[in-house]
Design a protein around this ligand. Structure first.
Ligand SMILES: C[S@@+](CC[C@H](N)C(=O)[O-])C[C@H]1O[C@@H](n2cnc3c(N)ncnc32)[C@H](O)[C@@H]1O
Length: 217
């Protein structure tokens, strides 16, 4: 593949836009649903929880969150206007019932008051964080005391084999995320690395290692 094509794939994954962005988001939803499921399972969601997700993509998985317990509120934050619109459309019933709320933000300042959320999670976004330590301190600020944040990401050892990750991506191993977290006030509660089969763009099945790290305020 040409350098320009690889660069275009990386840009779409970082910030989906236009017709191609919708296709890319559908593909991401299918390929990443297992990672999202693991992130959500590790949140240990209880009735009445308020939950914030960073970088939900098309948010086709939100119904899965409402299956976890009664009386939940889901909030989604995105940087892509297209994903914000897609997520509102796909989840229009939850939006009109005031169970799901979607907003755009700048990727740095989390637009909520202190100690607002019980649980937070993010899947496949850490590669694109502009100022990781500052964003983690924002996440810490908006979590309630003892609130939990799950970061789920594909391991650097797998990601570096994908030619487009040379562009736009900052890759992370578990150790690198742990080193980052140690600079913040978060405690690491638990971590798990799993291997799953995923289809590549050329249709072959490959093993993907992904990790969820569970942090507590
Ligand atoms: C690779 S996609 C992952 C989408 C979905 N979470 C998944 O795993 O399929 C990354 C998404 O995160 C968004 N994004 C990128 N940087 C972000 C940031 N700093 N905070 C929140 N969302 C971000 C992008 O707009 C994009 O929709």
């Amino acid at each position: 593949m040409e350098k320009e094509e690889l660069q275009a794939i990386a840009s779409q994954l970082k910030h989906p836009t236009g017709e191609k962005g919708i296709e890319m988001a559908n593909m991401m939803h299918e390929t990443n649903i297992n990672m999202t499921r693991h992130s959500v399972q590790n949140l240990n969601i209880k009735a009445g929880n308020s939950i914030l997700e960073l970088g939900h993509g098309n948010a086709g998985h939100v119904e899965l969150i409402f299956e976890q317990a009664e009386n939940l509120k889901y909030y989604g934050l995105e940087m892509s206007e297209l994903m914000f619109q897609e997520a509102r459309q796909i989840n229009r019933n939850f939006v009109s019932q005031k169970q799901a709320f979607f907003s755009l933000y700048d990727g740095n300042a989390v637009p909520f008051q202190d100690a607002f959320f019980d649980k937070m999670f993010t899947v496949n976004t850490i590669y694109f964080w502009q100022e990781p330590e500052k964003l983690l301190s924002e996440i810490y600020r908006v979590l309630k005391p003892n609130g939990v944040f799950c970061i789920t990401f594909a391991e650097e050892s797998f990601m570096k084999q994908l030619p487009f990750t040379k562009f736009e991506f900052e890759l992370y191993s578990t150790e690198k995320v742990e080193q980052l977290v140690q600079k913040t006030a978060f405690k690491i509660l638990y971590k798990e690395t799993l291997t799953e089969k995923v289809k590549t763009k050329t249709g072959e099945l490959v093993d993907r290692d992904f990790t969820t790290i569970v942090l507590e305020k």
